[in-house]
Design a protein around this ligand. Structure first.
Ligand code: ZN
Length: 367
């Protein structure tokens, strides 16, 4: 409504201020996510200032404006300055992706949800059954709507350097460094995974999110690189004893898939792991299983992904993998994956019993 002018690269671009709805979200204080500002709905009229009276009392647009303002007041209002409405909605979508990831990180249980209108899957299906038990039925599927971000949650947000750094990038109009770029891609794919209810596509989004953060485009040894890097962030985190940092590294982290001799040993490790403890690494096995399922979907196989398996992967990744990976990408904005490989190379010697890796063909667990 209000026309402003913003300078960039020597040009002036007309910018409009849009006030947009976020459904199902209640906030108790304003939040800033880059160029998107969120306000409690009750503050809408004061945000509009003199324009409020002029619009609400207008003899042509007054009734419609009143209806829209009353709708916006029900939830959270986003204030976005952008060149057009679609640009404003794109910025708000990215901001809500970030908030959704923040909500889900470490979430122990199923959470309720919020989003832009139409973004959340909410479906009430009314149907009739035929036959002996003929009659009407109702099935509700999808999200339970309604999330409150109170002052304590806002304080937690402000005290997270990872999330506040990523938030500051929303609406940046110059190219991002590799680390933040990968982090924001991962955030959007993970948000999509949360909103996706079909198990196979949830799994696909979850794993591709990790790939977008942890893998460069280089088809050789892709799986091995993925498993090594993902496991680096979580192996032992659940028991507060990180592999290779709080204790000596296992061969799964120590062996480098870029080295041919190491690849041979990694294959032995894989075979030994299939025989069970002590060579089995539960986490590496999970990442490997999820990567398998992702590849099956991506390449047209019909391995079924159960909803239990998809929600287990979702739970684990949000509980343990997400935050350390985002943190790494924010802390290593330039060449984050090279830095990761250097950190892996510097983990120190593996325990004596793991070297050399025994040949699985002649391996006897009782020796
Ligand atoms: Zn380990």
């Amino acid at each position: 409504m209000l026309l402003q002018v913003r300078a960039g690269f020597g040009q002036t671009v007309p910018v409009t201020t849009f006030l947009l709805p976020v459904e199902g979200l209640t906030i108790t204080c304003p939040w800033e996510i880059g160029r998107v500002q969120l306000y409690p709905g009750a503050q809408l009229r004061s945000l509009l200032g003199d324009n409020a009276q002029a619009m609400l009392g207008h003899k042509v647009i007054g009734d419609v404006t009143t209806k829209f303002v009353e709708e916006l007041e029900q939830g959270t209002v986003a204030r976005v300055e952008a060149t057009d409405i679609d640009a404003a909605l794109d910025l708000l979508t990215l901001a809500t992706d970030l908030l959704r990831i923040f909500l889900k990180r470490g979430a122990q249980f199923r959470t309720t949800m919020f989003g832009l209108p139409g973004q959340m899957y909410r479906s009430q299906i009314r149907y009739v059954t035929d036959g002996a038990e003929a009659g009407p039925g109702i099935r509700n599927r999808g999200e339970a709507v309604g999330v409150t971000f109170d002052d304590a949650r806002h304080a937690a947000w402000l005290s997270s350097p990872t999330f506040t750094t990523l938030a500051s990038l929303v609406g940046r109009d110059y190219p991002l460094d590799e680390g933040p770029r990968r982090a924001l891609l991962g955030v959007q794919l993970l948000s999509q995974a949360v909103l996706e209810h079909r198990p196979a596509f949830k799994m696909l989004n979850l794993v591709i999110a990790l790939e977008s953060m942890l893998l460069e485009r280089d088809p050789g040894t892709q799986t091995l690189r993925f498993l090594r890097r993902a496991t680096y962030f979580t192996c032992g985190r659940a028991i507060d004893s990180l592999c290779g940092r709080d204790r000596p590294p296992c061969q799964f982290l120590a062996l480098n898939p870029a080295v041919k001799a190491d690849r041979g040993q990694l294959d032995w490790m894989r075979q030994l792991a299939e025989m069970g403890p002590p060579w089995r690494c539960g986490e590496r096995a999970s990442y490997s299983r999820w990567y398998e399922l992702r590849s099956a979907v991506a390449h047209g196989d019909d391995d079924p992904v159960t909803s239990e398996e998809a929600s287990q992967a979702e739970y684990w990744i949000f509980m343990w993998t997400l935050e350390p990976v985002l943190q790494w990408l924010v802390k290593h904005p330039v060449k984050p994956l090279e830095a990761l490989d250097e950190a892996l190379a510097a983990l120190g010697p593996v325990p004596d019993w793991q070297k050399p890796v025994p040949n699985p063909v002649t391996y006897n667990p009782d020796d």
